[in-house]
Design a protein around this ligand. Structure first.
Ligand SMILES: NC(=O)c1ccc[n+]([C@@H]2O[C@H](COP(=O)([O-])OP(=O)(O)OC[C@H]3O[C@@H](n4cnc5c(N)ncnc54)[C@H](O)[C@@H]3O)[C@@H](O)[C@H]2O)c1
Ligand SMILES: O=C(O)C1=N[C@H](C(=O)O)CCC1
Length: 267
């Protein structure tokens, strides 16, 4: 069908990339145009659908973008995102950038692509998580002047294979909370005798167990009562559906930086 959006996937052989391949091929508005992975990947030259367990889709996994695509979805590694962002910026291909664990310098480099192409760079593509970001902002705003003081901690759980910690999503929750409440100290775990907790801290705790696809709990602890706000993923497809919505959204945009709140209508 001529009016299908041609989607490229970077990190196509990975846990997320495989699900993107499968769900792109199931979406009548989308067509898989390219599947990319690292030049060292054992999946190079293999059919992306075969690698993803859905049967042949006629697109081989390659290390460089040679085919035409309208939008690129990236779930890879920081080095992979940097490379594909450069290509997308040069060729004005919309980019849905989902990779986490970027340094501030890497993040700035990816963001610079938005000067020439539509870009979303978001640590979490899920509808539930992005709605939770709104709820957490509201809770933080409402509690910031609480007379007893409020201790905020972020607990996240992910699978044993995850390489970055804390999750990009946990860090983003921390940014939202600090914007509203003004904490200045981001504390990653505690041990020994760190002393009494300061109200200026946000604590982060990263659990890595089994095949957990992602859970975040924000704890607002006060004197006499506690609020826990929790969001749990059941499958990786929750992230992929958001990424596909983002790809469709970007296809209709001018160059610039857009957010998942824009895509999901949460503004
Ligand atoms: N934003 C979100 O909603 C969201 C959701 C899930 C995961 N993630 C992030 O997506 C990333 C990937 O997660 P995963 O679980 O699929 O990891 P994974 O390790 O299973 O897959 C990563 C893939 O990227 C490939 N890769 C490595 N270097 C590359 C390069 N230079 N160019 C192209 N491909 C390269 C790897 O070979 C691998 O196939 C992580 O950063 C993770 O935190 C984001
Ligand atoms: O599985 C992962 O890795 C995930 N990473 C993202 C993060 O770091 O926030 C989002 C959830 C899944």
């Amino acid at each position: 069908m001529g009016d299908q959006l041609l989607v490229g996937v970077n990190g196509a052989a990975g846990r997320m990339g495989q699900r993107v391949v499968v769900l792109v091929c199931q979406d009548p508005d989308l067509k898989l145009g390219s599947a990319l992975d690292s030049e060292n990947s054992p999946a190079l030259g293999k059919d992306a659908g075969e690698v993803a367990g859905t049967g042949s889709v006629g697109v081989e996994i390659q290390s460089e973008l040679t085919d035409r695509v309208d939008v690129m979805i990236d779930f890879s590694m920081p080095s992979g995102l940097l490379s594909v962002a450069k290509v997308c910026a040069e060729r004005q291909i919309g980019l849905v950038a989902a990779t986490t664990g970027l340094t501030p310098e890497q993040r700035d480099e990816v963001l610079s692509a938005s000067q020439t192409t539509p870009l979303i760079l978001a640590p979490n593509m899920s509808l539930a998580v992005n709605l939770m970001m709104k709820l957490v902002r509201e809770a933080a705003h409402s509690l910031k002047n609480s007379p007893s003081g409020v201790d905020v901690e972020v607990i996240e759980r992910h699978h044993r294979f995850k390489e970055d910690a804390p999750s990009g999503t946990a860090l983003h929750f921390g940014e939202i909370i600090a914007e509203e409440m003004g904490q200045t100290d981001h504390v990653h775990g505690r041990q020994g005798r760190p002393g009494a907790r300061s109200i200026s801290e946000i604590g982060y705790h990263a659990l890595r167990t089994g095949d957990n696809v992602g859970e975040h709990t924000i704890v607002f602890g006060m004197m006499g009562e506690t609020i826990d706000l929790t969001v749990r993923g059941h499958t990786r497809d929750s992230y992929v559906y958001g990424a596909l919505a983002a790809a469709k959204y970007l296809a209709a945009q001018r160059p610039g930086l857009y957010s998942m709140a824009d895509v999901l209508g949460l503004n």
